[in-house]
Ligand binder design. Structure first.
Ligand SMILES: C[S@@+](CC[C@H](N)C(=O)[O-])C[C@H]1O[C@@H](n2cnc3c(N)ncnc32)[C@H](O)[C@@H]1O
Length: 421
């Protein structure tokens, strides 16, 4: 069946940058299409219960369809963007539909979702301040094709920020290199590249820029494995300057950090003297904002697993004695062991979400409010269901378009206890 071309009437968007059609009773996940379109789609993958396909011809186009600004977007090409062929406002409606559908299906909730635009990119391009490029064995740089290890060479990535593009990593060859991450901080205007070599030996870095910080990730098995890559940048957000080393986590959209801290503070309404925990705290972004609100009479515990992020957080938050940064894995056992006092919780897990045992342990602390920052709406919906089982209900949801042109969307959810605390 792979390679067959099907005539399809395309339906609603699904979670992952496709729309759903049906063929012979089977679901078909169609990329490069839009709801309401009729397309001819080439099957790219066959599974027992569904097919994947790429729309290769549109016979009835949606009014939301546009010509993709990027020449590398399209069937069989770069897998980085899913919605280049869609008007920006319609992209946000597609994402809102997906978030609402995940909450309905996985948490049994009917929620009206609006995906808010974020300033910093009015045309959906030029926003990505961190880009991880893949490198072919011949040194040519590009981005991965969809669901593939194959590299699509790109002369320029249109969603990359001007600072990333100024490095020009895509326009030179990188022999002996497996991957190059280019970082360009938005506020501080600094640039760094982090190079992953293929093998031991000297690597000549083919871009020259006196302002560029360069570092190498250790090869697997090397004795330097546990040392974090050093080169990094400073970022500016929430009225503060942040040190972010190596590949340490920082939101990639220049408007993201400010918009998220504002949403979290607005939902939690932290009060002077309260206790708070910031789980999956990265370099300390939310801990700083919580600390400012709870003041010197309150306290904040930030927990993060990555050593370099913990070191950055301790540096970044050194002027806030009410914050304690702990290095460790966030899990139910750790929460049960510490039983930290928590009026408030910020929960910002990786894509896999928090999971039901951690959610139950957190609910056991009986915080008056939990702000959940989610990069995956399915994980969010599963965790919202777990909170509901522990008598915490979803009382507010905001969603932000922090990843224009892609199917990704960031949500901030407020969970509060049912009834008196
Ligand atoms: C989505 S980032 C959030 C970072 C931070 N809240 C921010 O907004 O900048 C998730 C963070 O969780 C950390 N992490 C992932 N799994 C973890 C775990 N099991 N325990 C503790 N930290 C973890 C990662 O290193 C990363 O810094």
């Amino acid at each position: 069946m792979v390679g067959a071309v099907l005539e399809l009437d395309v339906g609603a968007p699904g979670h992952g940058g496709f729309c759903v059609a049906r063929h012979d009773g089977r679901a078909v996940f169609v990329r490069h299409a839009l709801p309401g379109e009729r397309v001819r789609a080439a099957v790219t993958e066959q599974r027992r219960s569904y097919l994947r396909a790429d729309a290769v011809e549109v016979t009835r186009a949606s009014p939301d369809r546009v010509t993709p600004p990027c020449r590398y977007a399209g069937p069989g090409r770069c897998g980085g963007c899913d919605w280049q062929h869609v008007r920006l406002d319609a992209q946000r409606r597609l994402k809102a539909t997906v978030v609402a559908e995940q909450l309905r299906r996985l948490a049994g909730l009917d929620v009206e979702v609006v995906v808010e635009p974020v300033s910093g990119s009015s045309d959906g391009l030029g926003w990505r301040t961190r880009v991880a490029f893949a490198v072919r064995p011949d040194g040519v740089v590009g981005l991965r094709r969809h669901r593939s290890h194959a590299v699509q060479p790109v002369g320029r990535c249109l969603i990359a920020s001007p600072g990333v593009e100024a490095v020009g990593a895509e326009r030179v060859r990188w022999p002996g290199v497996a991957a190059v991450e280019v970082i360009a901080s938005a506020g501080a205007g600094e640039r760094a590249v982090i190079v992953t070599p293929r093998r031991r030996g000297r690597i000549a870095v083919p871009v020259s820029d006196p302002e560029l910080a360069v570092s190498f990730t250790p090869l697997p098995g090397s004795r330097r494995r546990s040392r974090p890559a050093r080169a990094g940048v400073h970022e500016v957000a929430a009225g503060r300057r942040w040190q972010v080393s190596g590949t340490g986590f920082w939101q990639v959209h220049p408007g993201a950090a400010d918009v998220l801290v504002e949403a979290v503070a607005q939902m939690l309404q932290p009060r002077p003297g309260e206790t708070a925990i910031d789980l999956y705290s990265g370099v300390g972004l939310f801990a700083a904002v919580l600390a400012r609100h709870v003041g010197p009479a309150g306290s904040v515990v930030a927990v993060e697993a990555a050593a370099s992020a913990v070191a950055d957080a301790r540096h970044n938050l050194a002027d806030l004695p009410q914050v304690q940064v702990r290095r460790g894995r966030v899990d139910a056992a750790a929460v049960d062991r510490w039983r930290p006092a928590a009026d408030l919780v910020v929960l910002d897990p990786p894509r896999s979400g928090a999971g039901p045992t951690l959610v139950a342990a957190l609910a056991g602390l009986r915080p008056r409010a939990v702000a959940y920052v989610a990069c995956d709406p399915a994980a969010l919906a599963r965790d919202v269901a777990a909170f509901a089982a522990a008598d915490y209900r979803l009382s507010r949801l905001r969603a932000f378009d922090l990843f224009p042109m892609t199917a990704h969307v960031e949500c901030v959810a407020l969970l509060a206890p049912d009834g008196p605390r």
